[in-house]
Design a protein around this ligand. Structure first.
Ligand SMILES: C[S@@+](CC[C@H](N)C(=O)[O-])C[C@H]1O[C@@H](n2cnc3c(N)ncnc32)[C@H](O)[C@@H]1O
Length: 345
């Protein structure tokens, strides 16, 4: 299946007009892996995934939230699936992210995607219900010295100085919910060996905005900066192997959920990609002929079809059941892309 704008439109995520920043612990200080996350990121997908899990597994299920970073995503999922029949476990490989998760202190800012969670925000209808789920788990806490220490102070103070009216609030998992938020060290690469923690079916695997780290799809914010790096990864082989493991482990009716970042959907060709499976950037739907940055690099080779989509659709193993929008950060069109994949048989 080719990347085309054919998918049905979904409600778009909120528009950010203010200077953007990507969370205070942006990179793992040891591996430089991006750790950025926020509460209810791409909430249309999260909500649709939670509804799908409830519908297919009313008796309960295990939900594995791989690449949960320091836990905003796992907490968001818990808010959407509060029933204890759903056992949600967050996993991440970054020691730095896990250290923050163990601390259990989180920040919510103004000027950002999850600022609707601030106590005096004016959320829309969907956000109101997300906010209420959030406050069932989290409570405000004061920023004592230890809490500030968990953040990247340099960025924090820079933001505070640069954004007049910048507001931040600190939250912690309320003591009675502490046991419910289960975050561990673990890599999705060990999925085939994963042993269930309960007798429940494995209903969902989340791996959002992280696949690019596994397969070296170093297609970053600026496509033109990244045209030659990580060229030697065999992305297709890595992804096929990954999807085989996923398929063998998930129960029937289970879902696989990916992110809305461009790096989960558009893949740079590598040394192993045959020419007939590639497309020039200028011929892809993401190219904007009016954008000077795009015009500089029309001949970057990309996979014509996302190798992830190809692997998921092989033998009709997975079918897309939920969508979101993605775009190059340098501009160009918004594209509707599948983010929730279900095993039907
Ligand atoms: C950009 S963050 C995305 C966090 C969150 N999923 C979201 O979308 O907001 C990517 C995360 O993937 C984690 N990660 C990378 N490779 C992983 C793997 N093989 N297994 C589990 N986590 C991984 C990184 O440590 C990092 O925390």
């Amino acid at each position: 299946m080719q990347i085309t704008p054919q998918y049905r439109k979904i409600q778009h995520t909120p528009k950010i007009n203010q200077p953007a920043f990507k969370g205070l612990m942006r990179l793992d200080p040891k591996t430089y892996a991006p750790l950025d996350s926020w509460f209810f990121r791409d909430y249309n997908t999260l909500k649709a995934a939670a509804d799908e899990i409830k519908y297919t597994f009313p008796q309960g299920a295990e939900v594995l939230d791989y690449a949960c970073s320091n836990g905003e995503e796992t907490i968001s999922l818990k808010a959407l699936l509060p029933d204890t029949r759903y056992k949600i476990i967050g996993y991440d490989t970054s020691e730095s992210a896990l250290k923050l998760a163990r601390r259990g202190i989180y920040t919510v800012f103004s000027h950002w995607h999850d600022s609707f969670l601030l106590p005096d925000s004016s959320p829309n209808r969907i956000e109101r219900s997300l906010k209420s789920g959030f406050y069932n788990i989290m409570e405000e806490t004061g920023p004592d010295a230890g809490d500030l220490f968990i953040n990247n102070k340099k960025t924090y103070f820079m933001l505070k100085k640069g954004l007049p009216g910048f507001v931040e609030r600190f939250f912690r998992i309320s003591p009675e919910m502490k046991e419910e938020i289960d975050i561990r060290r673990g890599s999705i690469q060990n999925l085939a060996k994963y042993r269930s923690q309960t007798s429940k079916p494995l209903g969902a695997v989340f791996f959002r905005n992280a696949l690019y780290q596994l397969c070296g799809n170093d297609l970053n914010e600026t496509i033109e900066q990244r045209k030659t790096s990580t060229f030697s990864y065999d992305k297709k082989a890595i992804i096929e192997d990954f999807v085989d493991k996923l398929y063998s482990r998930l129960d029937r009716g289970g879902i696989f959920v990916i992110g809305d970042h461009i790096k989960d959907h558009l893949f740079l060709a590598d040394k192993m990609t045959p020419d007939e499976e590639t497309i020039f950037f200028k011929d892809s739907p993401f190219f904007n002929e009016l954008d000077d940055r795009h015009k500089k690099v029309p001949f970057i080779r990309l996979f014509k079809e996302s190798p992830l989509t190809t692997a998921l659709e092989k033998n009709n193993r997975f079918t897309p059941v939920g969508y979101s929008t993605t775009r190059l950060v340098t501009g160009g069109k918004n594209m509707i892309v599948p983010t929730i994949w279900k095993i039907l048989k």
